[in-house]
Design a protein around this ligand. Sequence first.
Ligand code: AMP
Length: 280
Amino acid sequence: MQTVRKVADLRRIIRRARQQGKRIGFVPTMGALHEGHLSLIRRARKETDLVVASIFVNPIQFNNGADLSSYPRPLARDARLAASAGCNVLFVPSSGEIYPPDFQTFVEVTQLTRRWEGKLRPGHFRGVTTVVAILFNRVQPDIAYFGQKDAQQARAVGQMIRDLGFNLRLKVLPTVREPGGLAMSSRNQRLSPDERRNAKILFESLQEGKRLIECGLRRETEILRRMRARILKIQGARVEYLAVVDSETLEPMGRVKRPAMLLLAVRIGKTRLIDCLEVR
Ligand code: AMP
């Protein structure tokens, strides 16, 4: 595996791969890699000829300076893990490499990002879609791999690909979970052992919501009431949002129809966790 820091070096590699008719798979990340990220790299390895992963802690998608500065950056470990999962090129640009000093162009998906993460983290998705658009142009992938865990992000990126005519396929892969059910996330490292034990209740509440819908319950308020009661058993938990939405539009439905998506964001102590579950 090659680690590349400069766009110019990446461009040379991409040009050569294209000349050789190789299919390029791309996995954008912010590093602190875990099994969730590695599942995307492994799938890219199976389906494409040149696997590019990026590690870039994108400053413009953070709306909290402390969250940005405390984001873990274990590069040597990440490089080892990425290589072992089958990554060929690890692109690790500096901030200046992505955003030159006179940078002033942004990409915004308007409707899909109004609620949930978008509402609680103003500017977050504008930062995400902007950096993903830049990376797509640099990497020119045939297939880009994203995780279902960040469901609203995956939907926003899919919309951007369609609206701006990016010539690539988006694949959204299932959430990888720890044995207890907690969705893997770089932020899980911030949980205390007690918090981590309790955090598995988030997945249990999603499963309960799913079960209720599958049993025919249609009243959104009732489904969410039962899920919330379960979550509030976690000591120090604060629900930021809890929703059952149309899986395409991510809009609430009132009376639930399938396919639906259950979404949640919960703070446990100082750690903010998000998760989701699709009900087909
Ligand atoms: P991040 O480094 O958090 O920006 O995530 C990079 C990519 O990995 C995104 O497409 C995420 O949705 C995906 N991802 C993060 N956690 C998981 C997980 N537990 N399972 C599957 N994909 C994940």
